[in-house]
Ligand binder design. Sequence first.
Ligand code: GSH
Length: 180
Amino acid sequence: MNNSQFLIFSSQLAILALLLPAALILLAGGSLAGRRPARSPCGTSRAGVSLPAGMPYNRNPLSNRSGTIPMSDVQQRIDQLVKGNRVVLFMKGTKAMPQCGFSHQVSQILNHLGVDYRDVNVLDDMGIRDGIKQFSNWPTIPQLYVKGEFIGGCDIVREMYQSGELQQLLGDKGIATKAA
Ligand SMILES: N[C@@H](CCC(=O)N[C@@H](CS)C(=O)NCC(=O)O)C(=O)O
């Protein structure tokens, strides 16, 4: 190896030595970016937006699906849950152990009214957690359904309870409540 060959060889080595760590950093960064940070059940997620007051929502969840497009398995399961239970609350945690303050509030209201309801823990199933948002066209949990009708989330249910509208609606739909 003559002098100029040695110079070329050593400069190639130097370039490699510079590029290798950069490539390793990029690779590590890429795999870290793919990881989701740990968060509490009530933490915001990609759909975890806070709703502006008066945001429109679909009170009839069945109206946003075309009869010509077959429902996915998860949408079918949700449909069965909604149709097969007179009152169903999609929540984080269970009625016995809510894992989010919003879900807790709605289940407390239903418990207080003595309503017999089915609880569906969305934390047990990511498909249901995402699917219910599409089903209702509503971005957050909890979600309350009465006789197949989407009633609302925590804020709506609480306001309806405070105004007596919830009790009225339950009565109109033949859902038994205890005098509260
Ligand atoms: N203002 C909402 C509060 C509910 C809420 O913000 N839920 C969030 C945090 S628990 C949520 O469901 N985020 C989407 C998710 O966690 O999948 C309501 O009235 O229900």
